[in-house]
Design a protein around this ligand. Structure first.
Ligand SMILES: Cc1cc2nc3c(=O)[nH]c(=O)nc-3n(C[C@H](O)[C@H](O)[C@H](O)COP(=O)(O)OP(=O)(O)OC[C@H]3O[C@@H](n4cnc5c(N)ncnc54)[C@H](O)[C@@H]3O)c2cc1C
Length: 464
């Protein structure tokens, strides 16, 4: 079989790209080893946010009195929470599957794909489990990323919980030990805690969420501690001994702990193993990511990368935007590249929305910076809805009125951050927001007030 384009991996970039190439009349084959939708749909964004909606509601119910409500005792049905999150993911996946039925020029093949050099006609040769070898004029690599199972004595991937298998664990852990306090560790740690588990997070560094400014990360840590999560920082898991009756005895550098379950969230690597990169002279870096230029071209003309495999920000929206870059490079005017502003959110509660540089990044880059902020407790709507935790922190260039970055820690932060995303993409001065008329009472007024604070310079972050 011969095709114009072969896409290896049906992830967040590969699927829309397959449809776009096919509708432009290019013969396109997409090869998926497991489930269409990849990590986002099947075990990442979709089911985690569905499950977090349950745990956040449980938390709201526990605060019902603050709203003048008396709620008779309620019970968490953890198995049902997981089943519902799985069902939402399944519906999403089924929608993607249906999108491949009878589409002209588009073929979906199920099986693991592996590059195997070039055939005698000079086409890229791809071996696919259960299918004839495929010859492709161009190849897009979209295999995503996978959990790194750390090399700790006693670590047993079959017993540990991690992103790829958490939906199979329908029993609520009594005491969950989470290894790693990046965004997955923090989101999932709070989820299990709000469902009723005791949760301990082990972090080898001195700060959780190490990419964030210390004041932002420390505030999130305090919010989570208030709910009973225990953080062990500067701590390292040195050995795990699994008990025959279930559970684990975990030895850290400075103590020993017993946990009923262990959740591994200490990082992800590009899914470059068994891709056959070497048959084309390509090589992944030490983290499994495949180097590429701003156009997503690898060192081999005609072989492109898309999504997590490129390294850099590992998000669904970046993988999806990679599809737009590839579409522009392959079918369009080639203007779209990796020169882009990438926002992201951490879906703890309250949420963190982020865009651009943090204060520490701006200072490290020797930028002349001005920093200001605004507390949600100063915003009317936040008080009315009893969600006053958190703040907005803004970083601007001291020499002009352009925003370098923003952190919104508070209610609806993953939505509010887009005000600043739009401002930064438009390269508009921050007073574009300040001088607009915003609806009252809204949380967006806090975003507006934060910008106005650049004039007033009276933000002093409130202690938690
Ligand atoms: C727990 C968790 C929560 C997350 N939450 C968020 C979030 O809230 N927001 C956000 O933006 N991002 C989130 N992410 C990240 C997001 O899921 C990924 O960044 C995104 O899905 C990456 O898309 P992709 O296109 O690179 O790969 P994927 O979507 O992972 O797809 C890759 C596909 O390739 C297939 N494949 C791999 N190798 C082969 C092969 N050799 N042959 C054939 N098929 C192959 C895989 O089976 C998979 O289906 C989360 C991730 C995790 C793990």
């Amino acid at each position: 079989m011969v095709t114009d384009f072969a896409i290896i991996g049906g992830g967040q970039g590969g699927i829309p790209l397959a449809h776009s190439l096919a509708s432009a009349g290019k013969n396109t084959v997409l090869i998926e080893a497991k489930d269409l939708g990849g990590s986002c749909v099947n075990y990442g964004c979709t089911p985690t946010k569905a499950a977090i909606a349950s745990s956040n509601l449980a938390h709201r119910i526990s605060r019902a009195e603050e709203y003048g409500l008396e709620v008779p005792e309620f019970r968490v049905n953890f198995k049902l929470v997981i089943e519902q999150a799985s069902a939402i993911a399944r519906r999403s996946r089924e929608g993607l599957d249906a999108g491949f039925e009878n589409v002209p020029s588009l073929t979906l093949l199920r099986g693991h794909a592996r590059l195997a050099g070039r055939d005698e006609a000079g086409l890229f040769r791809i071996l696919i489990d259960g299918h004839e070898p495929l010859g492709a004029r161009q190849v897009i690599l979209n295999p995503g990323s996978e959990t790194i199972i750390p090399d700790i004595p006693g670590m047993d991937a079959a017993r540990a919980i991690y992103s790829e298998n958490w939906l199979n664990h329908t029993e609520l852990p009594k005491h969950l030990l989470v290894i790693g306090s990046g965004y997955i560790g923090v989101e999932m740690g709070q989820f299990y805690r709000r469902m009723g588990s005791e949760v301990t997070l082990v972090e080898h560094g001195a700060q959780i969420l190490s990419h964030e400014d210390a004041d932002v990360a420390e505030t999130i840590e305090k919010f989570l501690e208030r709910e009973g999560l225990l953080f062990l920082k500067n701590s390292k898991v040195e050995k795990i001994e699994w008990e025959p009756t279930g559970g684990a005895r975990v030895r850290l550098n400075d103590r020993e702990l017993k946990a009923s379950h262990v959740f591994v969230a200490s990082g992800r690597k590009g899914a470059a193993e068994n891709l056959g990169l070497e048959t084309l002279g390509l090589k992944a870096d030490a983290h499994g990511f495949v180097p590429c230029n701003k156009k997503l071209e690898t060192g081999v003309p005609g072989v492109w990368v898309c999504g997590d495999l490129r390294g850099g920000p590992l998000f669904t929206h970046t993988s999806w935007d990679d599809y737009r870059i590839l579409e522009s490079q392959i079918l369009g005017d080639k203007s779209r590249t990796l020169d882009r502003i990438v926002p992201y959110a951490i879906f703890c509660d309250p949420e963190l929305g982020r865009v651009g540089m943090s204060e520490k990044e701006a200072r490290r880059a020797n930028r002349p910076v001005r920093v200001t902020g605004f507390e949600f407790s100063w915003n009317g709507k936040a008080n009315e809805i009893r969600e006053t935790d958190g703040f907005i922190k803004l970083v601007a260039d001291a020499e002009d009125d352009i925003l370098l970055g923003a952190a919104v820690l508070g209610p609806q932060a993953s939505e509010l951050i887009h005000l600043y995303v739009t401002l930064m993409n438009a390269k508009a001065p921050y007073y574009a927001i300040r001088d607009a008329v915003y609806i009252h009472p809204t949380l967006s007024e806090a975003a507006q007030s934060a910008v106005a604070m650049f004039r007033e310079h009276r933000w002093q972050k409130k202690a938690v």
